[in-house]
Write a protein that binds this ligand. Structure first.
Ligand code: ATP
Ligand code: MG
Ligand code: MG
Ligand code: MG
Length: 473
């Protein structure tokens, strides 16, 4: 089953159950300045969950374009390392705004997976929130999942990929306990069931999360019950496509294979299994759709996240020996793959190409010089050692290497980065610039030292900066 058909069948199934099909909203959330990007299907419905908005329907379904590359949900560091993470992906979802709750949500999900999509029941595992006896009983008694395959999970804070059955969109907003469905890709792949010590592996892959929206979290962390309990679910299109196309990794599905081939063509790489090709194929989707939705590369906030993703893609191209602009040429291949589902991509094709090309030309010159400096520094380090803060800072400040880009290169060689040292170097420069500004001011010159200083500072502290290697959820 091709991705397009899987998407269609999902929407049709829920439409036949009384849900209104709602188009995907923009990646830039219109109703929430605290959220960096739309990271799930529920974002456009947030106010309906909170009860501050009502619409003509109480049930909805969508295929939502989502980006997880910053803020609370950040998978940038996972791309290229796991079989299941993208920066950009499509989230299929069904929603109940104070209408049905746990029972129907679970029944619908099971019916779709095992009926419409025909998945074998014995390959499906489910998790429930530790204290959610109701969901546990529904799975066991009404659906008939054997208790060996129902797992209770708590708030597993701090673990790298660990399950956490309490979902939240961001630090504030609607949230609640959830139940998740996993698919067992079989013993040839390393990994253990959710909640086990080996759950970091990619054998048991989470495909669908059913969230029982019951609370709103405020800035102080207090949970207030929502006026009416709601349902919010999310299933990654690429993950269910992998299952239905009998492949393990998302990167092996129809859509990605074509993008990977296009990336190989543009970089001259002949090995289609090359990891850098996957990263480039992932990043062209995120970058193109962010530009479609009005984000432009810049030095702060959303624009800086976009710039970081572009530069990361370019670095992977460089890795494959491509030193000339190439990334923008993949837009036309993306249009072939996704233009039908997203006409806005077709309409903006030439603008996207232009923005990307400009950014490529801009970074191209410094990328090569920065790589030379980094190679020299890395040659003197052994796995387990850390790249010093001054080099990190020079690369950032002079060569336009975002720190996560440098960290990504280092990680491939098992080298850490000294972020504390980077902060020190940053502060030193800031202090020097401030002193220079004062000196010039007192000398009667118009140089605005303080302003210059703070551009760098806010770049660093803005949402754009992501260095943590940990992911939530
Ligand atoms: P994981 O634990 O694998 O990181 P998650 O628990 O963070 O996933 P949710 O927030 O529950 O994911 O999102 C709902 C669904 O969206 C997931 O079950 C999965 O199918 C899909 N999904 C989440 N993150 C990604 C991603 N980065 N790339 C592709 N699909 C994703
Ligand atoms: Mg989840
Ligand atoms: Mg998860
Ligand atoms: Mg996650």
């Amino acid at each position: 089953m091709k991705s397009a058909e899987i998407r269609q069948k999902f929407l049709q199934f829920f439409e036949s159950q009384g849900h209104t099909i709602v188009p995907s909203s923009s990646l830039v959330p219109g109703n929430d300045p605290t959220l960096l990007f739309t990271n799930s299907g529920m974002v456009q419905f947030k106010d309906l969950f909170l009860g501050t908005e009502t619409r003509s329907y109480k049930r909805a379904t969508s295929s939502q374009r989502s980006v997880r590359a910053g803020g609370k949900h950040n998978d940038l560091e996972n791309v290229g390392y796991t079989a299941r993470h993208h920066t950009f992906f499509e989230m299929l979802g069904n929603f109940s705004f104070g209408d049905y709750f746990k029972r129907e949500a679970i029944q619908y999900a099971w019916q779709l997976l095992t009926g419409v999509y025909g998945l074998p029941k014995e390959k499906l595992w489910v998790t429930v929130y530790q204290e959610d006896d109701e969901a546990y009983a529904l799975w066991r008694d009404e659906i008939g999942v054997p208790v060996e395959r129902i797992i209770r999970i708590g708030d597993n804070k701090g673990a790298r990929y660990a399950s956490d059955n309490f979902w939240q969109m961001g630090d504030t907003g609607p949230c609640g306990p959830c139940t998740e469905i996993f698919y067992d890709h079989g013993p040839d792949i390393w990994g253990g069931p959710p909640g086990s010590p080996e759950e970091d592996g990619d054998r048991y892959i989470e495909i669908w999360n059913l969230v029982f929206m019951q609370f709103e979290r405020d800035a102080a962390g207090t949970l207030t019950p929502l006026p009416k309990p709601c349902v919010d679910t999310g299933m990654g299109l690429e993950r269910i496509a992998a299952v239905l196309q009998h492949v393990h990794s998302n990167y092996e599905i129809d859509l990605f294979q074509n993008l990977i081939k296009a990336a190989a063509r543009e970089t001259g790489c002949t090995d289609l299994n090359e990891n850098s090709l996957k990263v480039i194929a992932d990043h062209i989707r995120a970058c193109s759709f962010l530009i479609v939705d009005g984000v432009i590369p810049g030095s702060e906030g959303r624009g800086y996240v976009l710039r970081r993703i572009i530069r990361r893609a370019l670095r992977h191209g460089y890795n494959l020996g491509q030193k000339k602009p190439f990334f923008y040429r993949l837009v036309k291949d993306l249009v072939i793959e996704m233009g039908e589902a997203y006409p806005e991509l077709v309409a903006n094709q030439s603008r996207v190409e232009q923005v990307l090309r400009q950014e490529e030309e801009r970074f191209g010159e410094t990328l090569e010089n920065g790589m030379k400096i980094l190679d020299v520094a890395l040659a003197g380090l052994k796995p387990g050692q850390a790249l010093d803060g001054d080099t990190l800072f020079t690369l950032y400040d002079t060569y336009g290497f975002p720190t996560d880009l440098t960290a990504d290169i280092c990680r491939e060689r098992e080298i850490d980065v000294d972020m504390a040292g980077f902060e020190v170097a940053m502060k030193r420069q800031r202090d020097q610039a401030r002193a220079a500004g004062k000196f010039k001011q007192s000398a009667g010159l118009s140089y605005d030292g303080a302003k210059t200083v703070f551009v760098g500072y806010s770049e660093l502290l803005g949402e754009g900066r992501v260095t943590a290697l940990y992911v939530d959820g």
